[in-house]
Design a protein around this ligand. Sequence first.
Ligand code: UDP
Ligand code: MG
Length: 335
Amino acid sequence: MNMTGASPKGTPELSVVVPVYNEADNLEALVARLVPVLERIATSHEILFIDDGSSDDSMARLRDIHARDPRCRAVSFSRNFGKEIAIAAGLDHARGQAVIIIDADLQHPPEVIETFVARWREGYKNVYGTRIDRNADSPLRRMLTRRFYALFESFGETGLPDGAGDFRLLDRQAVEALKSMPERARFSKGLYAWIGFKSIGVPFDVAERHSGTTKFSYGKLTRFALDGLMSFSTLPLKVWTYIGLAVSAFSLLAALYYILQTIFHGIDVPGYASLIVSIMFFAGVQMLSLGILGEYIGRIFAEVKRRPLYLVAERLEDEASVAPVNPTPVTRVSA
Ligand code: UDP
Ligand code: MG
């Protein structure tokens, strides 16, 4: 299916969404590499930067870029909301027939977009980049990432394609599907897989960061991994039923054993140590299961508050095409 020229009047064929958090030194370099690719492959395009509450002069650079090339737009958040939410805002504001999501640090080579678009023109609606190598990350992080993908695979109710990340192209239809999911604990890698549509992977080499350092600490990654597992699996909740049953069955057997022992050998006083140990062990098991309930309840609480997903502080776009202040869908706006 060839989409060229099919865009309604005034909307670009391709939108590129870039989450930006303190990337001032990368923005010009990114635009310089991105624009020639887009001009070559698309009839029209826009680049939409989502400034995720940067504290450096990313916004000033974006103002320069916008003044020079109005096809580069920007939306800036009132504070840092996180990359997942920045991507959601990007999808809300993008107008293209297909939307490409790319990191600002040039770790995702813009040239790969050409292959993405070729696959899209063949009819794929969900084209994802798969990392050939993650040498650009530390060995510890690579090991943890692999463990997480394996865990998600065995726990999650949705599978994740190996090595697939946020660098991808989504057809308008897939974008609308994602926009209809206003959940707060956002784990987009799971959401992309959940929506389905005709999907295909495109391998690419992860490059080194152009400038600066990663914005993800291990703490942030742990929260993110928990969000992913908790929002795509109820196994951690359900598994306690079985563990509880097994523990209770075992304690009945133990009771029987002690009764028989008392009948045949009389009362045995020692055993204090084992008593204390088992009390502590089961107290631990109970706290752990309460903690897991708490994780889910915390997420339910975040959902029922129905706060807007993000707040926009400033927009850089041509006057004629200013989007409504509150993004779609309406349910994202607090009551
Ligand atoms: N990012 C963001 N908000 C954040 C953290 C990161 O928008 O709170 C952006 C960041 O500017 C970059 C992308 O997300 O464009 C990926 O971040 P980074 O390169 O730090 O992550 P890594 O490549 O280490 O996974
Ligand atoms: Mg990076």
